[in-house]
Design a protein around this ligand. Structure first.
Ligand SMILES: [Zn+2]
Length: 438
């Protein structure tokens, strides 16, 4: 029997059971497994996935790729844009994370404790936008068109380079303009690529050499080619590549949150590597080449996607190929509209390097100990690399009458904005003033 949203409720998702002197809060869903399945699939990629019944996403294309172990339902998990394009509409995984944090925060408060939580982005930034390009046909003029288009917007992007690449002077111009050069690993057999550890390494060294780079932060696979479980992530680790951005839609009909997340996350290994966490951030993309063709769909998808990314405070990652920017007036127009829309919403355009640096610094922050009274809060915060204008949310009891509070996870929060230095910092804050830490 296929379960449907209209079917009878099976049982409550969250419920409480008394236990000895206290209680146990139970979630009927295996949340963390659900998140991993949504983000990485339920098994290694060994076969093509099932196509969308409406023909919009033929995953059975004879090419192994990230979506072949897609966990979402073509019928129930897609919505339609105003122009009628089907897309995966919700970052379920990010919403589950928020639900777990909400529980922890509430349970702690109920016990008379509080759990401070580091904000996702610097103070004042709700969500971040990210633009990447894949060099596919490697036409120099298409790189120049892209540079010229981005310049008036002062937006920096991440340029994933595939062999044989651009002429050397293009790399210099790309670097001078402040953009990031990254790898576009080609493992597509039809185009002389190969899914192979040594081949990945060879292409990485090729890029370092031709573009005169000390290192490469980021990779995206051509055609979102993907195989197995964590092989690609391990190859990235071996080369010191800290970001992968391969996991996104390769078909028009699975645009949007195809892997249910817009947050950078570290993938988990299969049991053969004892479920270790890879030292790699996955930053998946949401769409390709808006308004290129009917197949790739219209750019009106941008608005619901940006709304959802802001809702969960994630990264709105859009992929545009330089060659399509060069050849298509409608793609150029869609890109300009997108750049302006994110800027207007206050979402900064960050390269993958910037996102990587911030996210790793944020993950290194730990709150070692702290205390809170009616008049002041004290926290010892440690960090490996430091964090500029970080935000620390301190959930408070509902009845407490403090100064300025924000509301998060359904409770009042004191939100402290502070520069966190490398090492240990002691923060002290008077609660009735609501202004930054001393
Ligand atoms: Zn490509």
């Amino acid at each position: 029997m296929r379960l449907t949203p209209e079917g009878p409720a099976l049982q409550p998702v969250w419920y409480e059971a008394p236990f000895e002197k206290g209680w146990i809060d139970i979630c009927a869903v295996d949340v963390f497994k659900t998140m991993v399945f949504l983000q990485q699939g339920d098994q290694p990629v060994r076969h093509d996935g099932a196509p969308a019944p409406d023909g919009t996403a033929p995953l059975d294309d004879g090419i192994l790729k990230a979506e072949d172990t897609l966990q979402q339902d073509w019928e129930w998990d897609r919505r339609f844009t105003p122009s009628g394009g089907a897309y995966f509409a919700f970052p379920y995984s990010d919403l589950w994370r928020e639900a777990v944090v909400r529980c922890l925060v509430k349970w702690a408060l109920r016990q008379g404790y509080t759990i401070p939580v580091i904000g996702y982005w610097p103070a004042g930034v709700k969500a971040v936008a990210h633009l990447s390009h894949d060099s596919d046909l490697n036409i120099d003029a298409s790189a120049e068109t892209t540079l010229d288009l981005l310049k008036p917007f002062a937006v920096n992007s991440t340029w994933c380079m595939m062999e044989p690449g651009y002429s050397p002077h293009i790399y210099e111009r790309v670097k001078e303009a402040g953009h990031e050069l990254a790898l576009h690993y080609n493992a597509l057999e039809e185009q002389n690529g190969k899914w192979d550890r040594r081949e990945f390494r060879r292409q990485y060294h090729w890029l370092k050499e031709v573009a005169a780079l000390d290192g490469v932060t980021s990779n995206k696979n051509h055609y979102t080619r993907f195989e197995g479980w964590g092989e690609l992530f391990a190859w990235c680790e071996e080369c010191g590549i800290e970001v992968d951005q391969t996991r996104g839609p390769s078909k028009g009909g699975d645009r949007g949150f195809v892997f249910a997340t817009c947050h950078p996350y570290k993938p988990i290994a299969w049991h053969d590597e004892e479920n270790r966490i890879y030292d790699l951030l996955e930053i998946g993309f949401l769409t390709q080449d808006l308004d290129l063709s009917d197949y790739w769909g219209k750019s009106d998808i941008v608005f619901p996607l940006l709304d959802q990314v802001e809702r969960v405070e994630g990264v709105a990652h859009f992929l545009f190929h330089q060659v399509h920017i060069h050849n298509s007036e409608s793609v150029r127009k869609a890109l300009k509209t997108l750049l302006a829309e994110a800027i207007q919403r206050g979402m900064p355009w960050w390269t993958s390097q910037q996102i990587n640096r911030w996210e790793r610094a944020r993950r290194s922050v730990r709150i070692e100990k702290g205390s809170i009274s009616a008049v002041e809060a004290e926290l010892d915060v440690t960090s490996d690399t430091g964090l500029k204008r970080g935000v620390i949310h301190i959930p408070l009891e509902e009845r407490a009458e403090y100064g300025q509070v924000t509301r998060r996870w359904g409770v009042p929060c004191l939100s402290i904005v502070t520069d966190i230095a490398p090492g240990t910092t002691s923060l002290k804050m008077e609660l009735n003033q609501g202004e930054g830490a001393r």
